[in-house]
Design a protein around this ligand. Structure first.
Ligand SMILES: [Zn+2]
Length: 1019
């Protein structure tokens, strides 16, 4: 290792050659083709299959890379790991894209040409939707191979494959038999142009349309017209003082069902989608009704309409009710209106004289009964948050705080008729129901995250859809099963579990079919096609079947004539002949195998083989996905598995990760910062791209992909590679003893050798824990940087001693081999390459396995020794910096034996009794004659206590175990290094124990020494 010629020569890594070589070798050896092996524990990992309407970019890569690292790690731990991949063709996005191409959409054409680099002729073919899918399918697959994903490609499929459609039909029949698919009228997100329900996959920016059910309370004008207002707090009807209307908005008078209403134009349209019969009669400006009065439908009191510019025509009905005692916004708006003389002057005789009516009390608010108009809860919030006007951003906080206070702790007051004393959470629903029954109110659904745009560009609405097919995620029994499944699962990171609980509780009926798009027809109604978030929830089990289709054991009907492989492959089934009983047997073990074999014209042995393979690989051990899919895909995955599969086949783990930023910014087409994965690999190498995705953040955080980081990573990988080359050269250097001729016992292993190997055991322990918890950033950081720090120190030590012995080779061999094996799941290409140099030339590093901790190699004395040397050098350099002495003699005093006894006693008192009180410690010390001396030197005791408390916990534990530790020995061992590090390699190092009677101590420094903190004197 001291061969400097080698140390300075850096060999450039031929990334492309290395990557090609290992891809070829993995292919040739078929090491990712995984079949059942009943002698081995299995581990089944999947990640959401991609949608092939664009190439994968850096943003997609994170989830797949995490899954691959997980798969490779488990393989090295000895599991038979299956990691398969399919392609999701279902739905409208590919269709929509194809139409945009046909229409000559400029933006899309430019994206294809300039960002995705698709050839012009190929783009022309994209008017056929399937051409888009197959082009990007291929592109994504190539990218996954180039990234080194350890996928079993024999199990690839698309969701429009014939057998897949049969499988999805079986899923839906099974759910229907269990009563979980219902037909009825339910609200859905809707594209008015496509006349189709929309969910996350159908919208621009992948937003799930989220809507709320509002209560529409009907206030009546003198002329018989109804002015409805939408609210989420119907119980506050008792506190309404006025309505707000925007004078500048053009409203419409409508004939709706059998009534006449005034609402905004937008509201009239929304009501039509909610199945109301709406006819517009005439328009009317808001200002025309400002100042008029309406009758409240519950208390039958007269209420004025006030002008408000903050009322938006697109929210609710465009007119809102005002409850100033309980809504801080309303309270502030009335105050503002009182001040706004010019606005009031626009309307003749507009008096603003309403007084807030408090109708809810709570623990935090009890009204003053002696005061006719006590200060209201909203007014209190306004004061608490020091709100100035209605534009104050703090209003939002005030509103939320009051809302949850009243919802959870509030009770209705005496001015609320029969609801007096009722908790608000209960009164809210009762009042709503009664008002609807009496005709005083109606309901209205409204998007709360609008605008949501369909991929066709149209703004989505909520539609009340009749006779539509729904998955009834609102079913209580189904919810309970989903909770039971979730409770048994590992959710990583655990903190995200609450989000799943929330979604499971919150999900309700969900439209599961569309009128257009690719996919499987609904088996009970062939006019409908099953949508993409419903046919992608149990397909993990389909990977078992796909293998048999791809190897022609199950023939797709279309192929049966052209394939003449009966001689080499056992052709024993045809897709067309398979029915639901086939799937019932494979996935549920239901039915009689021999009968089913006859019924489905499949050989009994094949049927049993597939069933056995399913039983071997299921349940799924880990599902990887992005965090954005918790609210739909991942929760549906839980629901459907819980409904369809037996308990022993329910999934065991979900791993969720955050997204990827590009140089700190969100990736978007408008920022032109979307980089296709394959482009990045070409430029920076697959390994560097993998590490850059994983190294910047723990799971849930957004990772930041930066070009500086990726360059830094590549140079670190360069160093690791070169170190391996140098090591292998040193190993073979003529004259040095060869590893093969050495045995550990004949070798003189020095402190630093023992230290490095002991540190390695700590790293293996820590990194294994991190990997098991999917804390990949931490694991990677240890492998790349902490290992390096230790290597640098080790080199310093051996160089200072001028060592050139065989123990170095053995030590480094152990250290580097373990490091490379731990790096292998992250950076598979370079790890294989290095393994060929320093490890086993004939086998992939995967078979080398994950390193195990060797407890015998833990060496507390060596760890303490090196730490002591590191600390002394740092102390020494600090003193030299302050005093600016150029040292000739450096005298180091280790502490007296009695101080060490005191130290041990205090340490065990703190660690074992968990006490740090100085008085208690002193008492303990004085009690024991061996340490009674402590009472003469309270300052020393204080210092020792402080030393211990400021040491890391691992150091404290180590010292507790090390009852005897001679500090002189390691210092003697490091004399040369101490001189070098003092800046004068000629400086003389003199070591004394404080106990030495003959010591040289002109300035009486030795008395300042403490255990593990020797004193230093410099001349
Ligand atoms: Zn649309």
């Amino acid at each position: 290792m001291n061969n400097n010629n080698n140390d300075n020569k850096k060999k450039k890594i031929e990334w492309r050659l290395i990557e090609e070589k290992w891809r070829r070798k993995w292919d040739e050896q078929k090491i990712f083709n995984i079949d059942p092996d009943f002698s081995k524990k299995k581990y089944f990992i999947t990640v959401a299959y991609p949608y092939p309407n664009s190439p994968q970019h850096i943003g997609h890569g994170r989830t797949y890379t995490l899954a691959d690292v997980h798969a490779r790690y488990m393989r090295m731990k000895g599991y038979n790991v299956l990691f398969p991949m399919g392609f999701h063709y279902t739905g409208t996005p590919i269709l929509a894209m194809s139409r945009r191409i046909a229409a000559g959409d400029k933006e899309l054409l430019e994206t294809f040409q300039n960002t995705y680099h698709v050839a012009k002729d190929t783009i022309k073919s994209f008017v056929e939707p399937i051409k888009i899918a197959s082009y990007f399918h291929n592109e994504i697959k190539l990218g996954m191979k180039e990234m080194g994903y350890s996928i079993d490609w024999r199990r690839e499929f698309t969701t429009i494959d014939k057998l897949y459609s049969k499988f999805i039909s079986w899923q839906f029949n099974t759910l229907r038999n269990k009563g979980l698919i219902v037909q009825g009228s339910h609200p859905v997100g809707w594209c008015p142009k496509d006349q189709n329900p929309v969910s996350q996959h159908d919208t621009i920016g992948d937003v799930e349309p989220d809507f709320n059910e509002y209560t529409l309370i009907k206030f009546k004008l003198d002329d018989g017209y109804i002015v409805p207002t939408a609210t989420l707090r119907p119980e506050t009807i008792y506190g309404v003082t006025n309505l707000w209307v925007n004078p500048k908005v053009e409203y419409v008078r409508i004939h709706i069902d059998n009534e006449r209403w005034i609402v905004s134009k937008e509201a009239a349209r929304k009501l039509e989608f909610l199945n109301h019969n709406v006819a517009i009669e005439s328009s009317i400006y808001g200002r025309e009704i400002v100042g008029k009065y309406v009758e409240d439908p519950v208390r039958k009191v007269s209420i004025p309409l006030y002008p408000a510019s903050f009322v938006e025509s697109n929210n609710g009905t465009g007119i809102v009710m005002s409850v100033p005692a309980h809504a801080p916004y309303d309270f502030q708006a009335i105050e503002d209106l009182k001040q706004n003389i010019s606005l009031r002057n626009e309307f003749v005789e507009l008096k603003v004289d309403v007084i807030p009516i408090t109708i809810i009390g709570s623990e935090d608010y009890t009204p003053d009964v002696n005061n006719d108009h006590p200060i209201s809860p909203a007014a209190k919030m306004i004061m608490k948050y020091k709100i100035k006007d209605q534009d104050d951003p703090q209003l939002e906080k005030a509103t939320n705080e009051l809302y949850s206070q009243e919802y959870y702790k509030g009770k209705m007051l005496q001015n609320t008729q029969k609801y007096v004393g009722m908790p608000v959470s209960l009164a809210k629903d009762r009042i709503k129901k009664e008002m609807i029954l009496s005709g005083a109110a109606d309901v209205m659904f409204e998007l709360i995250n609008k605008p949501v745009r369909c991929r066709c560009g149209t703004e989505c609405v909520v539609k009340l859809l009749n006779d539509q097919w729904f998955l009834n995620y609102g079913d209580e029994k189904w919810k309970n099963l989903a909770h039971e499944c979730l409770d048994k699962m590992d959710i990583i990171p655990e903190e995200i579990r609450q989000e799943f609980n929330y979604v499971i509780d919150w999900l309700r009926e969900r439209a599961c079919a569309r009128k257009s798009g690719l996919g499987t027809k609904l088996p009970m109604d062939h006019d409908w096609i099953i949508e993409s978030l419903s046919d992608s929830v149990i397909y993990m089990s389909y990977y078992i079947l796909a293998k048999y289709v791809n190897n022609n054991s199950i023939l797709d009907g279309d192929n049966k004539l052209m394939t003449n492989t009966a001689n080499d492959v056992d052709v024993v089934a045809i897709v067309d002949n398979l029915n639901d009983s086939f799937f019932d047997y494979i996935f549920l073990g239901n039915g009689n195998a021999s009968h089913i074999a006859v019924e489905c014209k499949i050989s009994l042995s094949l049927l049993e083989e597939i069933r056995n393979e399913f039983s071997y690989f299921y349940p799924l051990d880990a599902r990887h996905s992005g965090r954005d899919l918790i609210q739909n895909h991942l929760s549906f995955f839980i629901f459907n598995h819980a409904a369809i599969f037996r308990r022993e086949h329910w999934p065991k783990k979900i791993v969720v990760n955050g997204s990827v930023l590009m140089e700190g910014k969100k990736m978007s087409k408008s920022l032109a910062n979307i980089i296709p994965l394959r482009t990045a690999i070409e430029e920076y190498s697959a390994d560097a791209v993998r590490l850059a995705m994983l190294g910047s953040a723990e799971l849930l955080q957004d990772a930041d992909f930066s070009f500086d980081a990726i360059k830094g990573i590549r140079s670190t990988l360069d160093d690791i590679y070169n170190m391996a080359i140098n090591y292998s050269t040193a190993k073979l250097k003529p004259g040095s003893s060869l590893v093969s001729s050495m045995t550990a016992s004949e070798m003189k292993r020095e402190i630093e050798d023992r230290w490095l190997v002991s540190r390695l055991q700590n790293y293996i322990t820590d990194i294994t824990v991190s990997m098991d918890k999917s804390r990949v950033r931490k694991a990677l950081h240890d492998i790349l940087y902490m290992f390096d720090q230790d290597l640098q120190w080790y080199k310093k030590r051996i160089n200072a001693k001028n060592r050139e012995d065989s123990a170095i080779v053995l030590t480094l061999s152990i250290f580097l081999k373990s490091r490379i094996r731990m790096l292998a799941p992250f950076a598979p290409f370079i790890s294989e390459e290095i393994w060929q140099i320093i490890g086993d030339e004939s086998h992939s590093i995967i078979f080398a396995g994950w390193p195990n901790v060797n407890e015998d190699k833990r060496d507390l004395v060596a760890e303490e020794s090196e730490q002591l040397i590191i600390n002394i050098i740092s102390d020494l350099q600090n003193i030299l910096k302050v005093t600016k002495i150029s040292p000739v003699k450096i005298i180091i005093y280790t502490s007296a034996g009695w101080k060490q006894k005191i130290y041990q006693k205090i340490l065990s008192f703190i660690l074992l009794k968990n006490k740090t009180n100085f008085g208690d410690i002193m008492k303990q010390l004085i009690k024991d004659p061996e340490t009674a001396k402590a009472k003469n030197d309270p300052k020393l005791i204080r210092n020792i206590v402080e030393d211990i408390l400021s040491d890391p916990i691992e150091a404290r534990n180590r010292r507790l175990k090390l009852t005897v530790f001679d500090e002189i020995f390691p210092l003697k061992d490091a004399k040369m290094l101490l001189s070098i590090e003092s800046g004068n390699a000629q400086a003389e190092i003199i070591l004394h124990s404080e106990d030495d009677t003959q010591k040289y101590d002109p300035k009486e420094k030795s008395k300042y020494s403490r255990p593990f903190k020797p004193a230093i004197y410099i001349e």
